[in-house]
Design a protein around this ligand. Structure first.
Ligand code: OSB
Ligand code: MG
Length: 368
């Protein structure tokens, strides 16, 4: 398509409850949304960078700056842009995968709408609904955690993920196991441990967890491989997997048995499918991670999670897990599953009134 306009829009949505991880606590979701317009088509993308560079080095204002200065001029100056060209076009810009992923998604959404094809079909989805897991933040006390988990179990979520950190690991896991029995359960440390914590992490082996996600630092592939030889619980990597190349290294080093795929973290949905294919060919299970996306990114994640290698439930919860009101029609979880959107492109679009109410900043860039 010939892109005439790029819109950068920042939204801020209150969370139904603060979300606390080993990285910090957030009461609102701040997201950068991108809109591209051209050839009579419109496409939307959501950038998963957070308000602060905690989960990764990217953050909302930085991502907006990269798009404004280095990506939008390329998009607006090109005769024709195809989603499959976006990664190559902007490869000279190092890193900034979350910003690039959002751009690629917006272009892809527009293109797919133009030919009336859904993102799920384009990516190779084989399921029309996917099992819904939920990520549960660090609580102030065990009783409060159990109340929150009870709400999700009653709502029908079929897998629970507990955020952990040193001082909040064995006891919450034990309490959830005692109260809820053998539900599918896993934990996520967001890099909070060191290899020298292996004995403490080893105490989690008693609880038959599906996996322990990213216990060590994002650059500690070799140390994860060492930890994997000590633990019985399978290691899943999140932050460490930033590309198909790092996925290949992690697999070769036996640093993980499972990969959490987040399209934003790896530079886009196209790279995400390549990691899916590589993992599948190597007998590595994958599941779809989440970044507290609005309905836009959430719909795209559900499409990805419908690919055949996604054999574990993802962090693909209903919109109401995080938001009283979403900027799109809400993603609804029923009977432990979310439906894979089948409309053209993302299959959802922002509601103009909700979008307006949650917008904190808008910037429009046009073809010179
Ligand atoms: O590590 O998976 C993570 C949210 C923000 C940043 C990192 C992570 C998360 C989650 C939430 O666990 C998953 C979701 O969106 O449901
Ligand atoms: Mg994680």
């Amino acid at each position: 398509m010939r892109i005439e306009l790029v819109e950068l829009r920042t939204v801020q949505l209150p969370l139904v409850r603060p979300f606390r991880t080993s990285l910090g606590i957030e009461a609102d979701k701040v997201a950068l949304l991108l809109r591209v317009v051209g050839d009579g088509l419109e496409g939307w993308g959501e950038c998963v960078a957070g308000a602060v560079p905690g989960y990764s080095s990217e953050y909302v204002v930085g991502a907006a700056d990269v798009v404004r200065r280095f990506i939008a001029p390329g998009l607006l100056g090109a005769v024709d842009v195809c989603a499959t060209d976006v990664a190559r076009m902007f490869a000279p810009i190092r890193g900034h995968r979350m910003a690039k992923a959002a751009v690629e998604l917006a272009v892809l959404d527009a293109e797919l709408r133009g030919r009336d094809e859904s993102l799920s079909r384009y990516l190779g989805a084989v399921n029309d609904k996917v099992p819904s897991g939920v990520s549960v933040g660090i609580a102030d006390s065990i009783p409060e955690l159990l109340d929150e988990v009870a709400g999700y179990v009653d709502a029908g979520y079929i897998r629970i993920k507990l955020k952990i950190e040193p001082g909040w690991d064995v006891e919450p896991v034990r309490a959830v196991r005692e109260r809820f029995g053998d539900i599918p359960l896993q934990v996520d440390a967001n890099t909070a441990y060191r290899l020298s914590d292996a004995p403490q992490l080893g105490r989690l082996d008693a609880f038959d967890l599906l996996l322990v996600e990213q216990p060590l630092g994002d650059e500690d592939l070799r140390q994860h491989a060492e930890l994997a030889r000590i633990l019985r619980t399978p290691i899943c990597l999140d932050e460490s997997i930033t590309s198909v190349e790092t996925a290949a290294d992690a697999i070769a080093l036996e640093a993980c048995r499972i990969i959490n795929i987040k399209a934003g973290r790896v530079g886009g949905y196209l790279e995400a499918t390549r990691i899916h294919d590589l993992a599948r060919a190597n007998g590595i299970a994958v599941w779809c991670g989440g970044m507290v996306e609005t309905g836009l990114g959430r719909a795209a994640n559900i499409a990805l999670a419908a690919l055949p290698g996604f054999t574990l439930p993802g962090d693909v919860s209903g919109s109401d897990r995080f938001f009283d009101e979403d900027i799109t029609e809400p993603i609804v979880m029923t009977d432990g599953h979310v439906a894979v959107p089948n409309g053209p492109g993302l299959g959802v679009a922002p509601d103009p009134s909700a979008l307006q109410r949650f917008t904190t900043h808008t910037e429009i860039l046009r073809r010179p």
